[in-house]
Design a protein around this ligand. Sequence first.
Ligand code: ATP
Length: 242
Amino acid sequence: MSLLSIRDLDVRHGLLQAVRGVSFDLAKGEVLALVGANGAGKTTLLRSIAGAHLPSSGRVLLNDEDLAAVPSHKRIAKGIALVPEGRRLFSQMTVEENLLLGKTSGRKGEWSIDRVLDAFPNLKPRRYAKTGHLSGGEQQATAIGRALMSNPDILLLDEVSLGLSPLVVDRVYAQLQALLTSGTTIVLVEQDLARAMSVASRVICMLEGRIVLDRPAAVVTREHVTQAYFGLHRAAGERSAP
Ligand code: ATP
């Protein structure tokens, strides 16, 4: 049984259809890189999985349970945690206070403040600092840590690199490495194709709201993904066989 199943998902922003007939299954432990050009629909898809944006049709199933009637805060309790683009921390609260917010889902598991601080050692000296005073890399680590504190079954990471210098991105990914290889199921939206492909077990490329490529990372080449990214390898709307 798949951990997550997306079935024929259509998602709109008013008149604009941002996600078109998207279907895929995600098994436990997969690290899925969701790539595609600006406006391809990646963020909208992640937000629909997290329940932050309701689809106009189609289904999101977690362990075969249809989540249509489950609002976003209850999806966290069911095991879906989103690290949103732009991090959305409470800037007047400390790192520790932001992390503790992740605990409010009530899910039991191995993540604690100490474990997050071990995974992201740059946060240790900043534990009692307000997050508004942190660097971009420290804020990103806090946002990921807050999501982990809910002990998710699936972690949705939306553009963790956004607004960070290449050096800081390297650090964030180095810290993520342990997570990426620990069996945590992750959907990673990432603009940097090379980086996404280097950490993922599977790659899905979206173009204009549709999936145009869905392959195991081990068998897909960068050229293949780049062609799908720009809609060059076949007509948009046609899905590459897994
Ligand atoms: P990016 O990398 O730029 O974030 P993306 O692949 O994540 O792109 P989305 O942000 O999901 O794409 O956007 C998909 C489409 O939906 C785009 O055409 C975008 O302009 C539109 N869109 C996104 N959010 C909204 C919104 N709140 N209101 C109206 N249109 C939106």
